[in-house]
Every structure is written in C-alpha cells, then in structure tokens.
Design a protein. Structure first.
Length: 210
C-alpha cells in the first residue's frame, strides 16, 4: 500500500512528467502558420458605378484553406479606376480600365486584377464631320472624342479605321484620337469608322476633301 509520503511523491512525479510532456509538445507542434494569401475572385469584372466585395483566403502550413476575415489591409494601384475600402474589401468601380488590388496580412499579400466595364447602348463621336482642302492636309491634325451612353468618355478604348488609310491616318489609343490627312489628298468623300470592343455600334465620321 502507498503510504502518505509515497503517494505524495508519486503525485508530484506525475505532475512533473505531465508538465514536461506539455512543454515537449508545445516545442514539437508549431503553430499552424499562414503561408500564402489569394484574393477571390482573382479577376473580377465590375460594372462602372457598381460595387463588389472581395475576399482574402489564406493557405496554412497544414494545407488547409480558409477565408481571412480580420486584419486584412486592402489597397488599389489605380484609384481612378477602382477604389477599395482598406478594411472591408468593398471595391467601387469609378472609371473604365484595369486595376491591381492587393490584400495584405501577417507580412504576406495576394493580388487580383480587376476590370471595370460599361454596358454600351450608344456611341457618339465629336465632331462627326471633317472638311479640309487637300492641299492643306497633314498640317492641322484634328482630335475626336467618343462618348458611350451620352456621358462616359471611352475614346482611348475605341478604334478609328479610315476608308483611305494611306491618305487619312488616325492614331488609336489616345484621348482625344488625332487624325491627320496627308498633304495632296485627292478631293472626295471619305469615312472614318469608330468601333468599341464587344459592341456592334459603329458611328461614322464623314470626311470631305475639297
């Protein structure tokens, strides 16, 4: 039988073993650390004027994956296209184009490329006529601006195609888009057709060379 002294020693030994085992376990089993962050969705398309809540998902050492709901810092590299609330991840589309969104937490970060688009119901080009004397071509480039739905400037995303590109040339990708006529362009009627990706709308600039 255990005497009182032996029982006390046994209990003390058991407690010491348990403490040692606990310390050993804590030293052996490391915390399940975050190893990477991904933004979802990775390539969001957001209608101009609309909002969308992005999410940060973390992958951990044990290969589990879960949404990170706190401690995430959100940012955008193009705030004139897309703004984002730094804590909630709510993105607001304020201009056409693309923006890189970054979610950062615990020294790691992930990114997504967001595209802001517009549903186009009309395209208007200003001016829609161009008249000049052939002998004076090439000296006064004319700038054109294109608006979608009456008030949204989409000029730099449109394509200008001349009916006579050897005589009338337009440089695309700018705002405004400048077209130049080569000096000596033969008198006559020409056209410049304006197109926008994803729509069949194609307003025409009527060009008259005297």
């Amino acid at each position: 039988m255990f005497t009182g002294r032996k029982l006390a020693l046994t209990l003390a030994f058991t407690v010491l073993v348990a403490l040692a085992f606990g310390v050993s376990c804590r030293g052996f089993f490391q915390p399940n650390s975050l190893v990477s962050i991904a933004v979802q969705p990775p390539s969001p398309s957001i209608l101009l004027g609309a909002t969308q809540t992005l999410q940060a998902w973390g992958t951990y050492q044990d290969n589990t994956r879960t949404q990170i709901t706190g401690g995430v810092a959100w940012s955008t590299d193009t705030p004139d296209v897309l703004t984002i609330d730094s804590t909630s991840g709510v993105a607001t589309a304020v201009g056409l184009g693309t923006a890189t969104i970054t979610a950062a937490a615990q020294g790691l970060s992930g990114t997504a490329t967001a595209t802001v688009y517009i549903t186009i119901t009309s395209l208007t080009v200003t001016p829609n006529t161009w008249t000049f004397k052939g002998a004076n071509g090439g000296t006064n480039p004319t700038g054109f601006v294109v608006q979608a739905n009456g008030n949204t400037d989409v000029t730099s995303s449109t394509t200008f195609t001349s009916s006579n590109p050897t005589s009338i040339n337009c440089v695309n990708g700018t705002d405004p888009i400048f077209c130049t006529a080569i000096a000596g362009t033969q008198p006559g009627a020409y056209t410049i057709t304006v197109t926008y990706p994803g729509t069949s709308l194609s307003p025409v600039i009527n060009v008259t060379v005297n």
